[in-house]
Design a protein around this ligand. Structure first.
Ligand code: FAD
Length: 307
């Protein structure tokens, strides 16, 4: 089924998982997914771990295997999968090979991202790699028209049929000089073929509502799916805003700082996420997309309270 069509139907439930650490079994992913099946996830995203470099400058990936994990989930559960495709760490040629593998496997829904790469402040693409998500969208669009690297003319019998989502940032991407500028770049991604947007995590729903309004004003009409992360540990009160550029509302910040244990913090995080989810459903969001990662327990508790 085409993801762009499903997400127009109702408030859906979706989540994302990480590929296992190198050498670990895929069973851990199934253990994350199984408890969430009762909420009928309409799609499952599989992240791609950004590249790292060792002391000799050699490229490493701690969690390789996104394509194989996506295929395994797709076949085991028959639920649409959405592998994340990155610019960072891949040449255009390597990207083309990944896309060809996905095409052969019948996996056509992608979340198209830049990634952060070796230097978060000054993103460095690989030599002959894509610099921005919009360039990667153009490469995918070329393949959807039957045009591969090195071709001068498209071949109409070699078309792929990828459908792409992209990332949006209600509190602006960290390297953009303003939210308006960031939204202009988001519009470029939609104009380049992105069919929906999944947001970075946020804890203040008003930030999401304002973002949607600003997007609509500049002519972005595609669905904007909120990404939600329940706080699970005391340390996340500082870590999440720092890493993901999302502010904690005063009340949440105060309640988390009053916690004495991680279990207390998870309780506060769960209650906050339930409140966020209920308000977002009332607002009419197309889907609630959960950053589950490797532990489904909190999302199970939240989903029981909201569905
Ligand atoms: P882009 O859209 O390329 O934007 C990056 C920056 O460049 C922005 O500041 C933008 O305003 C600016 N910009 C865009 N186009 C232009 C242009 N043409 N000229 C000048 N400036 C421009 N990271 C991972 O490594 N793996 C994952 O699996 C992953 N999953 C994610 C899932 C979601 C839902 C989200 C929200 C993020 C995810 N990320 C992931 C993080 C993402 O890779 C980073 O946030 C990255 O820094 C930006 O990616 P992007 O696709 O938004 O970049």
């Amino acid at each position: 089924m085409d993801l762009a069509k499903i997400i127009k139907r109702k408030t859906m439930f979706s989540f994302e998982v990480l590929p296992p650490l190198k050498g670990r079994s895929i069973e851990g992913i199934y253990k994350t997914i199984d408890p969430l099946l009762e909420f009928y996830p309409q799609f499952i995203n599989i992240t791609t771990h950004c590249e790292q470099y060792d002391a000799n400058g050699k490229r490493l990936r701690k969690r390789p295997g996104t394509v194989a994990v996506a295929s395994a989930i797709h076949h085991k559960y028959n639920i649409p999968v959405v592998p994340h495709i990155l610019c960072g760490g891949f040449t255009r040629e390597e990207t083309e090979y990944v896309l060809i593998d996905l095409h052969y496997l019948g996996i056509t829904n992608l979340l198209v991202l830049r990634g952060d790469g070796r230097n978060k402040e000054h993103f460095q693409p690989e030599e002959n790699g894509n610099r921005y998500a919009v360039e990667l969208l153009h490469q995918i669009d070329d393949m959807n028209h039957g045009k591969y690297l090195g071709d001068t003319e498209p071949n109409s019998s070699a078309k792929t049929s990828f459908s792409c989502g992209v990332a949006g940032y209600p509190e602006k991407h960290y390297s953009a000089s303003s939210l308006d500028e960031d939204i202009q770049h988001l519009k470029e991604k939609v104009d380049a073929g992105a069919q929906y947007i999944v947001t970075q995590m946020f804890f203040d729903n008003q930030k999401y509502f304002d973002f949607v309004e600003k997007c609509r004003k500049v002519g972005i009409t595609v669905p904007i799916i909120p990404g939600i992360k329940p706080v699970g540990f005391m340390s996340q009160v500082d870590v999440l805003p720092r890493i993901f550029g999302c502010e904690m509302p005063q009340e949440l910040d105060k309640n988390l700082r009053a916690c004495k244990t991680d279990a207390d913090a998870a309780k506060v995080g769960t209650e906050w996420a339930i409140y966020q989810a209920k308000e977002l459903i009332q607002y009419g969001v197309p889907s609630l997309h959960w950053f589950t990662y490797s532990d489904p327990s909190q999302v199970v508790e939240i989903a029981k309270a909201i569905y």
